[in-house]
Structures are given as structure tokens and as C-alpha cells.
Design a binder for this molecule. Structure first.
Ligand SMILES: C[S@@+](CC[C@H](N)C(=O)[O-])C[C@H]1O[C@@H](n2cnc3c(N)ncnc32)[C@H](O)[C@@H]1O
Length: 401
């Protein structure tokens, strides 16, 4: 998070920008084309730009896709950006603000004065928003200060915890100026180095075939969602409510989750999925026996847990979605290409699901030649208050085609 442009937004990334650059340097030439099918905030694509290599990314979370798009423009007009930013921060125009009328989550996260200031920034942003990259950067600046200006528990890109307080809160004015200066400094750095905008982010679902990229890709570098119940939709609830893109929690399903890999139980509960329907899909036949065993066990043990989470359908839907993703990637990757998936396994309710083995098997069934797993760290071994004691691991799954 110290690197230029990468530091504009802290996101649940799964890998470091330095590592992606290292990987790209070791595996590419000028003609190489890289794909990140779960691009998130665009780490792989920004790194590819820095290495002068063409790249593509898919990101179906509308809000995260917008962030990645902004980060992939290195040549905005800094004079225009400064003018727009100064208007938002110094203009005297104000929105008609009534604290009581603000959404509940915002009232829980901000004092009246702070929220008033933030809402005024949004109001003035609406008056200068011309869809240009410069106004998109002002949008990013306002978005990126929403957590640091809140006095409650809002670790970046985690769920909001209104009952926790934080000490390192910044004032909106200070946070805006700090972020603006950082962005201008990074843009000047990229422009001086003449870094080209070779990366392209698409709003394409990784599970679907992309005919535009058929046989075009030399290497895939990615970190898919893990089947660990992290809710990517909920992690942007504060920002999306602030910008009026959703009115509350319930809209997260229709406006965000529905486009994503099913990696959290809220998603599969909302879809009211039936286990037999999922397990009978042909795409998961290579792991069906083991998957069935795990899912039936999850269905059995959920009755003993208060939350009765739908982990049984979550695990089945997750591997079905990854099977589909691997088939679409086989279509895009050239013969002889390779893929690096940063993955982690999971054990919901203490029932272990071996991600490396299962994704590896699904990859072979999708038409890849072989795979190997390189462990980078152990997980779930340190904490005393963990929900289960199954040791987990994280690492790189290399798939060769
Ligand atoms: C672990 S994050 C990747 C973060 C990324 N490495 C970065 O640098 O920001 C996984 C991403 O996959 C996205 N995603 C989930 N389902 C998807 C799908 N079906 N197609 C494309 N992207 C998807 C999520 O929204 C999330 O941003």
C-alpha cells in the first residue's frame, strides 16, 4: 500500500503489487497478454502497465470495477483535476442537509458535522461531474476518505462495526487534501516514466466465455474470492449507501452479489439453492464424490449451529462457479500458457474443503494439462478465539495448459 497508484485504494487483494510485477517480469515479453479474471481494484493490470505489458481484467462488482477503471488512467489533465477538486473543497454551495433524513448506517458512522461536510462534497461533486477521468478521480478521492473520517470501526474494505470506535480518525478536509496530493504525486510519477495505459478492465463475468479473448492470453494471474464467507457486496455497503447506489442491506443481493462468484452463505441463502440441483451439474462431476461428502456433512452439522448458515450450498455453488470459470479460461488461454491462482482453503463449521485439490481436478477436467500447489502460509493456527481448529493454508496454484 505504499506503491504509487496501488495505494489509492486499500482492497481485499489477496496479493501484493510487488509480487505481481516480479511474476510478470519473469514470464513476459513485449507481446505477452495477461488476464486477471477477478481483477478487483486492478493490481495485476496496474502492474502490467508498469511492466509495459498488455493486460485484461474482469470485475463484475460495479463499484469495484469503477475504482479499477479510475486507477488505469495515467494521463488525466492535472490542471483540470486541480480545478475540479478545488471547487468541491472550497465552493460555498451547500446541500439541504437534515441529519435525521440521512440513511441509518451513515448516522451510525458519522457525527452530524462530519456527515454534513461529506454530503456537501458529494453535492458539489454532482455539479462538476462530467464523466471525465478528472471528475472520476474526484469521485475516488471522496470515496477513499469515507472510512478514515468515521469514528466507528470501519477498517478499509471490511464490514462496518458501528459499536467499535477508532482513534485515528481524520477530518474530511484534511483527508481530502492528503489523498489529492498523493494522487497528483503518483500521476506525475507515472507520467514522467511514460507508463502507458495498456490495461483494460471489463465488466465481464469470469464464469462466462469471452469470445473477444479466444486463444489470446499467455498468462493468467489472479486471486479469486475464497470460499470463506467474506461478503464482497457487504464490504462496500458504506460507500454504496453514501453515493445513493443502494438504499440498504437488502439491495446488495440484486445490485451486487448476483454478479459474483457464490462465496458467502448470504448469497446462497438469498438464491434459495437446493443441494441436489447443484451437485447434479455436470461441471462438478470430477470432484462430485468428495464434494457430496463435505456438503452432506455441512447440511447435517448446520442444525447444531444457531446461525444455521447455508454453507452446504455455498461450498457446492462455489466449486460449480469455479468449474465454469476454468472452462472459460481454457477458451482464452493459448496452448502452453500458464495460470497462477492465489487461493486459500476453508473449513466452515470445521468441515474441511481442500481448495487446491478440487480446483486442480476441475482444471484438468476443463482441459488443462497439469497443476501444482506452492504453499505460502499457514492460516488459522495462531488465534485463540477461532471458530474451529482445522489448520488451513494459502498459496499459489499453478495450472499449466
Ligand atoms: C480477491 S478479490 C481480487 C482482488 C484483486 N487481486 C485486487 O488487486 O484488488 C476477488 C474479486 O473478484 C470479483 N468477482 C467475484 N465474482 C466475479 C465474477 N463472476 N466475475 C468477475 N469478477 C468477480 C470480486 O468482486 C472481487 O473484487
Amino acid at each position: 500500500m505504499k506503491l504509487p497508484v496501488h495505494r489509492w485504494f486499500r482492497y481485499s487483494a489477496g496479493f501484493s503489487a510487488e509480487w505481481t510485477k516480479f511474476l510478470i517480469a519473469a514470464n513476459s515479453s513485449k507481446k505477452t497478454k495477461i488476464l486477471d479474471p477477478f481483477a478487483g481494484s486492478g493490481t495485476t493490470l496496474v502492474s502490467s502497465n508498469e511492466m509495459d505489458v498488455t493486460s485484461f481484467g474482469y470485475e463484475t462488482h460495479p463499484f469495484v470495477n469503477r475504482i479499477a477503471k479510475v486507477k488505469l488512467n495515467h494521463n488525466p489533465n492535472i490542471k483540470k483535476l486541480t480545478k475540479l477538486f478545488n471547487h468541491v473543497i472550497t465552493d460555498k454551495s451547500k446541500s439541504r442537509f437534515l441529519y435525521e433524513n440521512q440513511p441509518e448506517l451513515l448516522r451510525k458512522c458519522y457525527t452530524e458535522d462530519t456527515l454534513k461536510e461529506l454530503v456537501n462534497f458529494k453535492y458539489r461533486f454532482d455539479t462538476i461531474n462530467d464523466g471525465s477521468i478528472e471528475s472520476e478521480l474526484v469521485w475516488l478521492i471522496i470515496t477513499s476518505i469515507l472510512r478514515i473520517t468515521s469514528h466507528v470501526g470501519t477498517a478499509q474494505w471490511q464490514y462496518v462495526l458501528p459499536n467499535k470506535t477508532k482513534t485515528n480518525k481524520q477530518t474530511p478536509q484534511f483527508a481530502m487534501e492528503k489523498k489529492f496530493n498523493e494522487i497528483v504525486q503518483d500521476l506525475e510519477f507515472f507520467q514522467n516514466k511514460n507508463i502507458k495505459e495498456l490495461g483494460q478492465i471489463k465488466n465481464h463475468d469470469a464464469r462466462k466465455i469471452d469470445n473477444e479473448l479466444k486463444n489470446k492470453i499467455d498468462m493468467v494471474i489472479t486471486s479469486p474470492p475464497y470460499p470463506n464467507n467474506f461478503d464482497y457486496a457487504d464490504s462496500t455497503r458504506l460507500e454504496m449507501i453514501f453515493w445513493g447506489e443502494i438504499s440498504g442491506w437488502s439491495e446488495l443481493q440484486s445490485k451486487v452479489r448476483t454478479f459474483l462468484i457464490r462465496s458467502c452463505s448470504q448469497h446462497t441463502a438469498a438464491e434459495r439453492l437446493k443441494l441436489p440441483d447443484l451437485l447434479s451439474q455436470k461441471e462438478i462431476s470430477p470432484i462430485q464424490e468428495n464434494l457430496e461428502e463435505v456438503c452432506f456433512e455441512l447440511e447435517r452439522v448446520r442444525k447444531d449451529h444457531g446461525g444455521k448458515k447455508t454453507y452446504h450450498t455455498m461450498i457446492a455453488a462455489y466449486y460449480l462457479d469455479l468449474a465454469k470459470t476454468l472452462r472459460s479460461l481454457r477458451h482464452s488461454l493459448k496452448e502452453g500458457g500458464k495460470m497462477c491462482f492465489v487461493i486459500g482453503d476453508s473449513a466452515p463449521y470445521g468441515v474441511y474443503a481442500p481448495a487446491d485439490q478440487w480446483i486442480g481436478k476441475l482444471a484438468i477436467a476443463a482441459g488443462f494439462n497439469n497443476w501444482e500447489f506452492e504453499k505460502t502460509r499457514d492460516r488459522n493456527i495462531k488465534w485463540k478465539n477461532r471458530k474451529h481448529t482445522v489448520p488451513l493454508k494459502e498459496g499459489r496454484l499453478w495450472i499449466y495448459g
